[in-house]
Design a protein around this ligand. Structure first.
Ligand SMILES: [Fe+2]
Ligand SMILES: [Fe+2]
Length: 270
């Protein structure tokens, strides 16, 4: 099996737990081969434009999503559900970047990074599903955001743009908002959710760093200055402004300096 075959198998599996189980099994296969000093074939694939998804949750326009108080028990379940939905999308996003851009020659480390990220997102989805189930709910019980795959569609033709928008904008946003979520669950002594979100927070820094690393690599290969390329691509492919406050410390750790994101905020002077 080529790495692209593995990616397409994950992308075409609908059920969340089945998708993540397959994703983790394929990642284990990849890393066993790499540890044995081999490089499995990357192959070629035509990944689906939309990954397979379970019948539930119902996907709604964000404006139609029911509003719940963040401090209430229902609000906390809704938050865990929203994070589970993000994690399931992230599993597909990381396998999609592998399969969709396989025609562009990249060093083996590029695949190592995204397989590792996909494996971690699979773990994150399972952790969030476990938390929901411990609360008597489950992934699929509530409606979820319909627009999640849009960034993938908007950047399907351009690897630079995919790296700029997905890890370097969307996943970086996760670094900004996760500490507040952790605090919210800490306040009510929800240990399981706190531990799960801390795992997610710790591992997401590396996903942003992979994005920055390979974005800089591609720009360097083109002899292009990464910063203006990043600004142009985000303005073209990401809808809206970046929202402060930013987690400047974790962004720095992930290789995202302030002059990359501040110029993309509302009202920033060019
Ligand atoms: Fe994640
Ligand atoms: Fe991630």
């Amino acid at each position: 099996m080529t790495l692209c075959d593995m990616a397409v198998e994950v992308l075409t599996t609908a059920d969340g737990r089945a998708k993540t189980a397959l994703s983790r099994a394929h990642a284990a296969r990849w890393f066993a081969a790499r540890a044995a000093g081999t490089l499995p074939p990357i192959g070629q694939a035509t990944p689906p434009m939309q990954p397979a998804r379970p019948d539930q949750p119902e996907l709604l326009d964000p404006r139609q999503m029911p509003k719940r108080k963040p401090g209430s028990p229902q609000g906390r379940i809704a938050l865990l559900h929203a994070v589970a939905h993000i994690e399931l999308n992230a599993v597909d996003l990381h396998w999609d970047i592998i399969a969709r851009f396989a025609h562009i020659p990249m060093p083996p480390g590029f695949y190592d990074d995204w397989v590792k990220a996909a494996d971690e997102e699979s773990k994150h989805f399972n952790l969030m599903s476990d938390c929901l189930e411990a609360e008597g709910s489950f992934y699929g019980a509530l409606p979820a955001h319909a627009g999640m795959w849009r960034a993938a569609e908007d950047t399907a033709e351009d690897l630079h743009a995919r790296l700029a928008v997905v890890p370097m904008v969307l996943e970086a946003r996760g670094l900004d908002v996760t500490p507040g979520m952790i605090a919210l669950f800490q306040k009510v002594g929800a240990t399981q959710a706190v531990e799960a979100l801390e795992t997610i927070y710790g591992e997401e820094v590396a996903h942003v760093a992979y994005g920055s690393k390979w974005f800089h690599f591609l720009c360097g290969r083109d002899n292009a200055d990464p910063k203006p390329v990043f600004h142009d691509l985000v303005r073209k492919h990401f809808h809206g402004f970046l929202k402060p406050p930013f987690n400047e410390e974790k962004r720095a750790e992930a290789g995202l300096p302030p002059d990359f994101y501040w110029p993309l905020t509302e009202g920033a002077a060019d």
